[in-house]
Design a protein around this ligand. Structure first.
Ligand code: FE
Ligand code: FE
Ligand code: ZN
Length: 282
């Protein structure tokens, strides 16, 4: 089973987003829980959620991935920014239990603004310890980052250090973004095997729960984070096809976050990946 989708808007509701996914050949999708720059989430509509369940059934959508606003910073030096991140994460995790239990919720770990990554890692873990609860069915994912500015989570060591400090670590996993790890200095084009071995040694591959599949506008180790359409960037289509076909990755859900203004662009990438998936596996 190939679980493939892309980032979609939920501005018209969850049922409409699932219909969009079905219309482009996707069987999963990612969405922002609220405005990506933060702010208040729209209240959940019971009618929409019921319709969402029906549309999922229709298109075989068994998994979804939520994405936290990317401006949340649980490792800010400002207490009010940290507390806003905590409130938002707690609210989002509660909403996930109503939207669809047992799913994935991805966040950027944070950025340290002067206080250093060690202090930041402790602050991020404190926030996770405050928002995770044993009865939650949602798994919270930390996304691997490109290392732009003072982003935490560029190295596998930083991600592992956060998880090490979380009490309910079985509620935490990792989302690997191919553009981010590449920009962060992990050469998945020439050495995918070596990068996965390193991930396994430092974090553990059992923690890896989702892949953001993006090409990159910049060379390996550029620390930039500019996504590109598959095959039009520095990683290249062949290397990204190897990611979706890798025996240790192929059962994970894959999400395109490539720059397209129209759904058609995603439909074409999904079709091309389905093709690469079937032809390169004996
Ligand atoms: Fe992200
Ligand atoms: Fe991403
Ligand atoms: Zn990115």
């Amino acid at each position: 089973m190939f679980t493939i989708g892309c980032h979609l808007s939920i501005a018209k509701g969850f049922a409409a987003a699932a219909r969009d996914a079905g219309s482009i050949g996707a069987n999963t999708f990612q969405f922002f829980t609220r405005n990506p720059r933060g702010g208040k989430a729209k209240s959940l509509d019971a009618g929409d959620l019921a319709a969402f369940a029906d549309v999922r059934e229709q298109f075989g959508i068994e998994r979804i991935l939520a994405h936290a606003p990317y401006t949340l910073n649980p490792s800010s030096s400002k207490p009010e920014t940290r507390s806003f991140a905590l409130q938002t994460l707690a609210d989002d995790l509660n909403r996930m239990e109503r939207i669809m239990p047992g799913q994935l919720y991805n966040m950027h770990p944070g950025a340290h603004v002067g206080q250093g990554s060690e202090v930041a890692i402790g602050m991020i873990a404190d926030t996770l310890n405050a928002v995770l609860a044993p009865e939650q069915t949602t798994t919270l994912l930390l996304e691997t980052m490109a290392g732009k500015g003072s982003e935490v989570g560029r190295t596998f060591e930083e991600i592992a250090a956060i998880i090490d400090l979380v009490d309910l670590a079985d509620h935490v996993g990792v989302c690997l973004d191919t553009c981010h790890v590449w920009d962060g200095g992990y050469d998945i084009a020439c050495n995918l095997e070596g990068v996965l071995e390193e991930f396994d040694r430092i974090i553990g591959l059992e923690r890896l729960r989702a892949i953001h599949l993006n090409d990159s506008k910049n060379p390996c180790a550029a620390h930039k984070d500019r996504h590109e359409k598959l095959g039009e960037g520095c990683i290249g289509f062949e290397a990204l096809a190897a990611v979706v076909n890798h025996p240790k990755l192929r059962n994970l859900p894959f999400y395109l976050e490539t720059p397209h203004d129209k759904l058609d662009g995603y439909a074409q990438e999904i079709a091309r990946l389905k093709d690469a998936r079937s032809t390169s596996v004996a």
